[in-house]
Design a protein around this ligand. Structure first.
Ligand SMILES: Cc1cc2nc3c(=O)[nH]c(=O)nc-3n(C[C@H](O)[C@H](O)[C@H](O)COP(=O)(O)OP(=O)(O)OC[C@H]3O[C@@H](n4cnc5c(N)ncnc54)[C@H](O)[C@@H]3O)c2cc1C
Length: 414
């Protein structure tokens, strides 16, 4: 069969499905993507609200992700870098802690910040040096424990953990108890030490949109897939399609009959956007609220990040609670003023992302191509296979595509 006659289909136009299609295209194969929603990007979304750019949940691209370097044209994305620092508010007091190795202006504020001892801050430096030298293979082959235990074993004080690591990593792991694997902690800490947390000038959705532009005419939006059995894809509208190879770039258990159902919970987050008269911090920087029993976790000013953006503050809430939307709005407003002396104006939007990050018993860096093959015709991709990050999502898409290519080229063509 000629290369052009091989039918390869991908379910899901998140970054994983897009990376799979790009990998196939580079190798000379055409794949068709079916996406149930009306846009590419999956969990990466930005709503343009007037002149505001409201991302669906605060997320950043770590520019040292190996997959970002491979799949994205970082220059064209015009990445806006967050300062390598955080402003931490604890019961009304402000502390600034930053990476003085990259920006000396944070050296003094970091030394005097009342979030841990001088020994703690020295340990941050030694940990950063250690993880810069540790390669990704070694990180993901290391024994796993929780991030909390890892930090305790490394010798950080409880104060440093409570006042810095917990609020900072709650916003990344989307869980409040630092129960996420120490491998993920080492990986993320390394990426932060070696590069920058960034947002594209067009908002986070510029990432999948740039990937989609490499795939002209290959993405069919508003097309949900109902079921996949062997070489047949059934669409939700009842149509059946023949597919020699199908890559499922979303959890497969709902699409493939008889797969064991995962009962793993997902981490969730709520994001509240308020207008404000506060002019912000004059630089893109992450604010953390570490006061006792606060629900608000991290915040930043959109006008600090995007040029000519209206004054808007974005606040993430990760902790579980039983408040109604109105009660949550009032609670966050109160915390902002009491903890950080920031007056929030009208609520612009509240978003709840129930399935933000998958949870794992054990995490891996990414799948090997051979591990992605489920059946003769079906291959798996998506971040939920190895760890919840853009990096893993893209690399797993690539791995599934490579497995399809090697099946075809090694004559295992079905
Ligand atoms: C709030 C939040 C914050 C995050 N923060 C970060 C961060 O700072 N850094 C980082 O690296 N990562 C972060 N992540 C994780 C990152 O966004 C994900 O790892 C990545 O987007 C997952 O991509 P994916 O393609 O695997 O899955 P998804 O984005 O979930 O894509 C799956 C796609 O499949 C489609 N689909 C599903 N079922 C069907 C069907 N039956 N038919 C057709 N289409 C279907 C869906 O509509 C979706 O478009 C964050 C995620 C969230 C939500």
């Amino acid at each position: 069969m000629a290369q052009k006659d091989i039918k390869i289909n991908i379910i899901g136009a998140g970054v994983s499905g897009l990376a799979a299609a790009i990998t196939l295209k580079k190798a000379g194969y055409h794949a068709q993507i079916f996406e149930q929603s009306d846009a590419v990007g999956g969990r990466i979304k930005t709503t343009n609200h007037g002149s505001m750019k409201l991302d669906h949940g605060f997320q950043v691209l770590l520019d040292q992700y190996p997959a970002a370097q491979e799949f994205l044209d970082l220059e064209t994305l015009s990445l806006i870098k967050f300062s390598p620092a955080s402003i931490i508010f604890i019961n009304g007091k402000k502390h600034v802690i930053g990476d003085a190795q990259r920006d000396m202006s944070f050296a003094w504020s970091t030394i005097i910040a009342g979030v841990g001892s001088v020994n703690d801050k020295w340990k941050v430096f030694t940990l950063s040096r250690k993880l810069k030298q540790k390669n990704l293979t070694d990180i993901f082959n290391s024994p796993e424990t929780t991030t909390l235990k890892y930090l305790q074993d490394y010798g950080f004080s409880q104060k440093m953990i409570d006042c810095f690591f917990k609020p900072f990593y709650t916003g990344i792991f989307l869980e409040t108890q630092l129960q996420t694997s120490s491998r993920m902690f080492e990986f993320v800490f390394k990426m932060f030490s070696e590069g920058n947390a960034t947002i594209p000038a067009g908002g986070i959705k510029a990432i999948p949109e740039q990937m989609a532009r490499q795939l002209d005419g290959q993405i069919q939006l508003n097309t949900a897939v109902k079921e996949i059995v062997a070489d047949t894809i059934q669409l939700a509208n009842g149509d059946n399609l023949k597919s020699d190879y199908t890559i499922i770039a979303t959890p497969a258990e709902v699409l493939v009959p008889n797969l064991p159902k995962s009962n793993k919970p997902w981490h969730s987050v709520q994001t509240l956007y308020f207008d404000t008269d506060d002019h912000g911090f004059d630089q893109p920087i992450i604010g953390l609220i570490a006061g006792d029993d606060c629900l608000s976790n991290n915040f930043h000013f959109l006008n600090d990040v995007f040029e000519n953006h209206p004054k808007v503050i974005s606040v993430s809430v990760v902790a579980k609670h039983h408040l109604t939307k109105d009660q949550l709005e009032e609670r966050v407003r109160k915390e902002l003023i009491e903890q950080a002396n920031i007056k929030a104006g009208d609520l612009i939007k509240m978003m709840e992302i129930k399935k933000a990050l998958p949870t794992f018993d054990s995490i891996q860096y990414a799948m090997n191509p051979t591990e992605t093959q489920l059946t003769q015709n079906i291959f798996l991709a998506g971040d939920q296979l190895s760890n919840g990050s853009l990096n893993a999502a893209m690399l797993n898409g690539k791995a599934a595509a490579q497995a399809v290519i090697s099946n075809i080229e090694n004559g295992i063509f079905v």
